[in-house]
Design a binder for this molecule. Structure first.
Ligand SMILES: [Fe+2]
Length: 621
């Protein structure tokens, strides 16, 4: 009988479940994809049910069940924080305590009852779960481990060392001093939603100047040589208030936060750039400390701040590590995966045979790009998949006209549509685990098109964005197109577009403001080039995702360009699609031109599929 471990994260942000069977990830998924509630924080019943079904197990056949953090310790932190600032924290205390007393504190009982089992629930530690998610599925036999996020129980950042199946925590930084909360404070102050808008701050930074760096260092955060930080708490509100920042921030930065509906000004751009620069400095210093403490040449990272791909790109270029691997589900969803791995190796005492030890991984070497590469994440493609039979049956049932294309012809067919300027919903293979779509639930387009950025934003995503889209590029061609020759399978590294692909921008471009600047092509792949010539890169290997690779390869054969646009298959404020039905609904709601559902292609034509379906979907939209 195989040995299985179920990991769960829930009740804070982005709930998820992960099932390991004999030490291999059988399934992992976020609850939001099933419930269609973005970043759903409720108990992940659907995700658990999916994981069990995928492995053909019942809950009582699972050998160990783990939850990714310790609710009692978190409760203690909340209580102590409130007491420390009483009575200033009273409002915030009254707001959050009933939830804790009524529900979160008794979590073992609640989890067991949600699962319908009397089995014991084991509790991991929040940052140890992050650390385990960073090290155990990485390719490395030995590595330094760095976790950085807002806060878990008390810890906000940790340094550890992984060796084989052992993972030792060496240092930690504790609440309220937190890099994640620092970034979130600026997310709030620049008028974006905390826990969601951090990406927008990072995307806004290239438009700004680092004019507030001194003010931040003087009044907001002290950065020590070892990368640990001390927040000037008198200027923050998150311990005792209901917001991140208060009058302290307003005094330092000369005015109130941007209202969510107010236009973004140069001030927000400069604030974004300044905090991004400061956070990069902290990340670099923390990495140097991790290097010094462990003596390792490799680094594994997780925690929400590890999704700062601009910072990650700098770490790779400037940091002391030769190799970096980042858990794709770096946020709290990945805690489900981390606690499952921690139970497998540490509670059940199972050995670990890393990809490096198996000979399935070889370090990057300058001038070579055919390294063997393998981690344990299976390309992060760990969610549901739907067969041609299921999809064909569903299409027929709905009376939707679709052409089934032989697998050998499919990549060229899709590449022709791309080269024709069409926007395509690509739904194939297993759904991605983590925040990024990686070619299985993606919208793809031609990266060479100067119109693609606006087109995708306005007609497909229904938003105006100052961020360019991300490129997906064949792994063996990445160095020809970007200043990078490294694995970035999970779109977690930012690097510049290669000098040879850039084109001179017309004079006067620098005077343009905001999105107008983004509309000026500055490379031969303008849809994916930011205003500072950078790009958030996904490298694609055939072994990870054969059809996706073949499509990009066919596009290259047709156009000489092995780069396409990849953005997540969803519209604003919706989770990424999960089922063919979700995909079709999103396709019909938007002005996408074609939908690929495994081997079926649905084209949008005036009368297609049935006018009745279209009316229903439009009324839903
Ligand atoms: Fe976390």
């Amino acid at each position: 009988m195989p040995i299985s471990v179920l990991g769960i994260s829930a009740y804070y942000h982005d709930s998820a479940a992960c099932l390991l069977v004999d030490g291999r990830i059988a399934a992992a998924a976020q609850e939001e994809r099933f419930t269609r509630v973005k970043q759903d924080e409720r108990f992940p019943s659907h995700a658990v049910a999916y994981c069990l079904k995928e492995a053909g197990l019942t809950i009582d056949e699972v050998d160990a069940i783990g939850f990714y953090e310790k609710p009692l310790v978190k409760f203690e932190r909340l209580l102590e924080s409130y007491l420390a600032v009483a009575p200033r924290g009273l409002r915030s205390y009254l707001r959050s305590m009933p939830l804790w007393l009524g529900r979160k504190l008794w979590m073992a009982d609640e989890i067991a009852s949600e699962l319908g089992t009397s089995k014991e629930i084991l509790f991991g530690d929040h940052h140890e779960s992050h650390a385990a998610s960073a090290f155990y599925p990485s390719p490395f036999e030995e590595a330094a481990v760095l976790t950085i996020d807002g806060v878990g129980e008390w810890t906000t950042s940790s340094i550890g060392h992984g060796q084989g199946a052992d993972l030792t925590m060496l240092r930690e930084m504790r609440f309220p001093h937190s890099v994640g909360l620092l970034y979130s404070a600026f997310t709030y102050f620049t008028g974006f939603k905390v826990n969601e808008g951090e990406y927008k701050v990072m995307g806004l930074a290239p438009y700004g100047r680092p004019t507030y760096v001194h003010a931040i260092r003087d009044h907001i955060v002290e950065i020590l040589d070892d990368g640990s930080i001390r927040l000037h708490l008198e200027n923050f509100e998150f311990v005792h208030g209901l917001t991140m920042t208060g009058v302290g921030f307003e005094k330092v930065f000369g005015g109130p936060p941007r209202h969510v509906d107010a236009p973004v000004t140069q001030r927000e751009m400069d604030l974004a750039r300044s905090v991004q620069d400061v956070v990069e400095e902290i990340m670099l210093k923390m990495a140097r400390t991790a290097h010094r403490e462990t003596g390792s040449k490799r680094l594994c990272m997780a925690g929400g701040v590890a999704l700062n791909c601009v910072g990650n790109g700098r770490l790779l270029r400037e940091g002391p590590f030769e190799e970096i691997w980042i858990q794709p589900a770096a946020g709290d969803a990945g805690g489900a995966l981390g606690v499952a791995y921690a139970l497998w190796h540490r509670h059940l005492g199972q050995p670990r045979i890393s990809a490096e030890k198996r000979g399935a991984w070889a370090p990057a070497e300058a001038g070579r790009h055919a390294q063997r590469y393998s981690d344990e994440m299976q390309g992060a493609l760990l969610g549901p998949r739907f067969s041609d039979e299921e999809i064909g049956g569903w299409l027929r049932g709905k009376g939707i006209a679709a052409e089934q294309v032989a697998r050998a012809e499919l990549p060229a067919e899709v590449a022709r549509l791309l080269a024709d300027g069409k926007v395509i919903g690509l739904f194939q293979g297993r759904m991605e685990f983590g925040p990024r779509a990686l070619g299985c639930r993606s919208i793809i387009g031609d990266a060479r098109s100067p119109a693609m950025q606006s087109l995708l934003n306005l007609k497909i995503k229904f938003r105006e964005s100052f961020r360019p889209f991300a490129p997906a590029v064949l792994r063996e061609r990445v160095a020809d197109w970007f200043e990078l020759d490294y694995e970035s399978p999970y779109m977690l590294l930012v690097a510049d577009v290669a000098q040879s692909r850039r084109i001179p921008v017309p004079s006067g471009t620098e005077e343009l403001f905001g999105i107008e600047k983004l509309k000026v092509p500055r490379s031969t792949i303008p849809a994916v080039t930011h205003v500072d010539d950078s790009a958030r890169i996904q490298t694609v290997r055939r072994g990870d995702n054969p059809l996706y690779y073949d499509i990009i390869n066919a596009f290259d054969a047709l156009t000489g360009c092995p780069v396409i646009v990849n953005t997540s298959f969803n519209v604003k404020d919706e989770p990424i699609v999960c089922t063919p039905e979700d995909a079709y609904r999103c396709f019909m709601k938007t002005e996408m031109d074609a939908l690929v559902l495994e081997s079926f292609i649905v084209l949008k034509q005036p009368a297609s599929p049935s006018s009745e379906d279209r009316r229903t979907l439009q009324s839903q939209a």
